[in-house]
Design a protein around this ligand. Structure first.
Ligand SMILES: Nc1ncnc2c1ncn2[C@@H]1O[C@H](COP(=O)(O)OP(=O)(O)O)[C@@H](O)[C@H]1O
Ligand SMILES: Nc1nc2c(ncn2[C@H]2C[C@H](O)[C@@H](COP(=O)(O)O)O2)c(=O)[nH]1
Length: 217
């Protein structure tokens, strides 16, 4: 079974583009657990206390989503498991997880990666689509979406957190080599509000999928 994963910083447009791709391919999106996530607001209120727990929560949910997504062709995951480590290590570097928590998490992730359902027949998704946005765009999209606990007005120190996260995504994408990948310019292509831009982006994704699969969709 084949699966497409979206990647990108907070507010990059992953959920929006996931939905568009799934609509086009007649498949289903497996969203990140956000609205029913009881740990996420706790994390934003007290990151030092909840960074590790949140990470375990996301890892568990993401693993379940991957298994479900693999039930049918062309399903879409709205964040990859490969980004979990990036987010956790940023938090650890900010002193929100201790060395033991980092060690336990890294070992658990490694173990779980070995058990990923992808591994049964191939070890990676068909395609990873990274949406790259500038820091300014990231901030404006987070504001536009309006989740209270993600706003700078809720916690001004989020400014530095978001800035560093956006910066680390650059290197993360360059080094990512688990599957075929492609990048969408989320600053230039307003695929949410501009129908023409949406068509362009969908075509880019379809072309890349055809290239990596060696067959017409
Ligand atoms: N390319 C885009 N152009 C304009 N608005 C966008 C674009 N991508 C996302 N948005 C808007 O930004 C906000 C965050 O998008 P979302 O898809 O939830 O991002 P993510 O899932 O990456 O966190 C939403 O309000 C969405 O409508
Ligand atoms: N500390 C972590 N936070 C995470 C992780 N995965 C998601 N998140 C947060 C970031 C956003 O506030 C929210 C949803 O993310 P979107 O990018 O979809 O808006 O959840 C993680 O692994 N660690």
């Amino acid at each position: 079974m084949s699966v497409i994963v979206l990647a990108g910083t907070i507010g990059a447009g992953k959920s929006s583009l996931s939905e568009m791709i799934a609509n086009e391919l007649g498949s289903e999106v497996f969203y990140e657990e956000v609205d029913n996530n009881e740990i996420l607001p706790l994390f934003y209120a007290d990151p030092n206390k909840y960074a590790f727990l949140l990470q375990i929560y996301f890892l568990n949910k993401r693993f379940a989503s991957i298994k479900q997504a693999l039930a049918h062709d062309n399903n879409v995951l709205d964040r990859s498991i490969y980004e979990d480590s990036l987010l956790f290590h940023l938090n650890a570097d900010l002193g929100r997880a201790n060395d033991t928590e980092v060690k336990v998490y890294d070992e658990l992730l490694k173990n779980m990666m070995e058990e990923l359902p992808y591994a049964a027949h191939k070890k990676h998704p068909d395609l990873l689509v990274h949406i790259k946005v500038s820091f300014e765009t990231m901030l404006s999209r987070i504001e536009k979406r309006g989740r209270e606990f993600e706003q700078l007005s809720y916690d001004p120190s989020l400014y530095d957190y978001y800035k560093e996260l956006n910066k680390r995504y650059e290197a993360w994408y360059q080094n990512y080599d688990e599957s075929p990948k492609m990048e969408i310019d989320g600053d230039a292509l307003n695929f949410v509000e501009d129908e023409e831009a949406a068509k362009v982006v969908i075509q880019m994704v379809k072309d890349k999928l055809e290239e990596v699969r060696g067959e017409k969709l």
